[in-house]
Design a protein around this ligand. Sequence first.
Ligand code: ADP
Length: 378
Amino acid sequence: MDQQVTEKPYILAIDDEQLNLELLQFILEKNGFVFQGTQDNNSFFELLEQRLPDLILLDIIMPRIEGFELCEKLKSYDQYQDIPVIFLTGKVNVKDKIKGFEVGGVDYVTKPFNEQELIARIQTHVELRKAKNQIEQQAERLRQSNALKDRMFSIIGHDLRSPLSAAKLKMDFIMRGILDPTSADFKSKTVYELLKTMDEALNLLQNLLGWAKAESDQIQVIPENLDLREIVEQTFRLLKLGSEHKKITLRNNIPESTFVYADLNTTKTVLRNLLSNAIKFTPYQGKIQVNFKLEKDRAIVEVQDNGQGIPPEDIPKILNPNEHFSKLGTEKEPGTGLGLVLCQNFVRKNGGTLKIRSTVGAGSTFYFDLPMGKEVSV
Ligand code: ADP
């Protein structure tokens, strides 16, 4: 059963006769609507600004501004364009009726009002507008999921295919004796490159799956006490290939027995992405540290590098989920712009926020907050 409490529709009316407004108020409130009325077009626009109505009732013979003109003016504002307008009239001829539809009205109600007719017309247009909004929202969701599907196919088709093809080619060369397994640099060069390519492909595949799950709301976050220092150690081991190759020092500054209350898989994914980025964008012999601070009962985890840094104008692009901003690493390592979008999503799911501090040429710090866990005695 739908548990949602639906808000009462809000109707705004403008009519130069106070008596008409009072009658409208009586009828509409009795029938479950929220009502505001005004005789004056300045206060009409003020009321519009305060709260957008679900429908407007507009008297077409008003002394200061003619009703049709007012409707035209209303429809010229983007934010009011979609609000249905019903004209309140005395007797009108067909020509005037057509004019009313031309300026954006949706219906007429003739005075003196018949309560049932008035309510039926209002309800029809309020419902119609609601249905239109729902269809528009569904269309937007479809557009988004289509874009997601296209993006996934493009990543699978290009970003994932190229490392796999490169690895296959290399193995082919080994099979055919073009690359000699007994040569001095076979392990340090060929095997290293193969491993690195496979690592990249695996990392990308994990991100791709994580991202697709997050986009379709299938991520389950199950918080538990996590030993932060240990998770950072595990991630260092996972990324050893890249850091050792670039002779980058990795330092785990998380104190022993620091526990956060977060979901294991998503926290691991965040740390893996932040640390692999730090390695990717830090040159040879750089330094990467993972720091910990306690701020107002929240754990702040920082991944700090002394790499190339990020220009200020790129920072908003990096965290924009629709942008997929990506640059090559210090050794021309390619990317997809998926990692940080995923990190941001996963940090949020754990109740935190991901932030960036960076200075071009000096390095970047990516940091996020998590709830503290409980001390665990062994
Ligand atoms: P990818 O690494 O696949 O490009 P990310 O979403 O992980 O995707 O990162 C997006 C972009 O943010 C990177 O391409 C890079 O330009 C920038 N970036 C991320 N981390 C760092 C970092 N530690 N130092 C400098 N730039 C970074």
